[in-house]
Write a protein that binds this ligand. Structure first.
Ligand code: ZN
Length: 323
């Protein structure tokens, strides 16, 4: 059999750009990363994508001819057919940027672009926790919340590629105002940003917590700090996480009722909290979703973690190349 050239995969996030050589077995052979410097706008970020790819090639003595395609997983609204990033909340200034064409003109290789949650669900379906399943939801819980869907064995991206903005489903009609303008959105109540904000808010209002020292020293608390504090028995930290987990459970209940998936795979930085986040969320689903759907939907953590976008971008490219 003719050997299949690997894909040059890029994961474009608001904080980091990762690039890797991914073969047709989903293995990452080489990798590089750099800071996105998103505040510099599209031209700076695109230069940085090209520089991290070029570094990956030169360090490993590769040339662009060693690849079958370039494939990018990106955060934001993506028109996959046109290869355009139409908008991205994490990438300031990105409006209708024809990223695929720009990279294709630079590298002269078939180039693909896919929304990061769609990439993630493809990766999990092919190589991760969802290998045996036909109906999977991948939920990323990090600074924001988004989802990708495999329905009946196929990626479901929506009519214009915009499906999966589950972070902005209402889980509290009378909740606080979200950055999107709506009220009580899942993302505003259950993301890493929400966990950090709620902990800070409660401490600033005089509640006792071991996080006080971090808040005074750094001026802010991260969701990771809250997780660590919960592990050492900090009651406030545990309460904040349990509260976020319950909202997450409310969001998952809606997803379970709408899609009746076999599996919901939770990724993103906040998923590293593991069962202290997932167990209260699972409990809410069992209490609130339709019983048969609730029993069917396994709620598990990702198996691919930070590599999920890179692997998913490669899976998408190999599919497009019809390999
Ligand atoms: Zn919102």
């Amino acid at each position: 059999m003719k050997s299949i050239l690997p894909v040059l995969a890029v994961d474009l996030g608001g904080t980091h750009i990762r690039a890797a050589v991914v073969n047709n077995s989903g293995q990452l052979l080489f990798r590089e990363a750099t800071a996105t410097l998103a505040e510099g706008g599209p031209s700076v970020v695109i230069e940085r994508i090209i520089s991290v790819i070029d570094r990956l090639l030169s360090i490993n003595r590769l040339t662009i001819k060693d690849f079958s395609a370039v494939s990018i997983s990106a955060a934001g609204a993506i028109d996959m057919d046109a290869g355009v990033v139409t908008y991205s909340p994490n990438l300031p200034g990105w409006r209708d940027i024809p990223l695929r064409e720009m990279l294709q003109n630079h590298y002269h290789l078939p180039t693909y672009i896919i929304h990061d949650a769609n990439a993630a669900v493809l990766a999990e379906h092919r190589y991760g926790a969802g290998k045996s399943a036909r109906d999977i939801v991948y939920l990323t819980v990090s600074t924001g919340i988004g989802a990708g869907f495999i329905l009946n064995g196929e990626l479901y991206a929506g009519a214009t590629g915009g499906a999966g903005e589950v972070g902005h489903m209402t889980v509290d009609m009378h909740g606080p105002r979200c950055t999107c303008g709506n009220y009580g959105c899942l993302e505003f109540l259950a993301s890493g940003t929400a966990i950090a904000r709620d902990a800070s808010h409660r401490i600033e209002h005089g509640e006792q917590s071991s996080l006080q020292g971090i808040l005074t020293r750094d001026g802010k608390i991260t969701a990771e700090d809250v997780s660590r504090a919960a592990d050492t028995g900090d009651a406030l930290a545990s309460e904040v996480i349990t509260q976020a987990a319950k909202y997450l459970g409310a969001g998952l209940t809606n997803i379970v009722n709408i899609f009746n998936p076999e599996m919901i795979i939770i990724g993103g930085g906040v998923a590293r909290m593991g069962d202290k986040l997932l167990n209260p969320a699972r409990q809410i689903v069992m209490q609130r979703a339709f019983p048969q759907s609730a029993r069917t939907a396994k709620i598990v953590a990702t198996e691919l973690w930070d590599d999920v976008g890179l692997i998913g971008a490669a899976v998408y490219a190999f599919k497009q190349l019809a390999i």
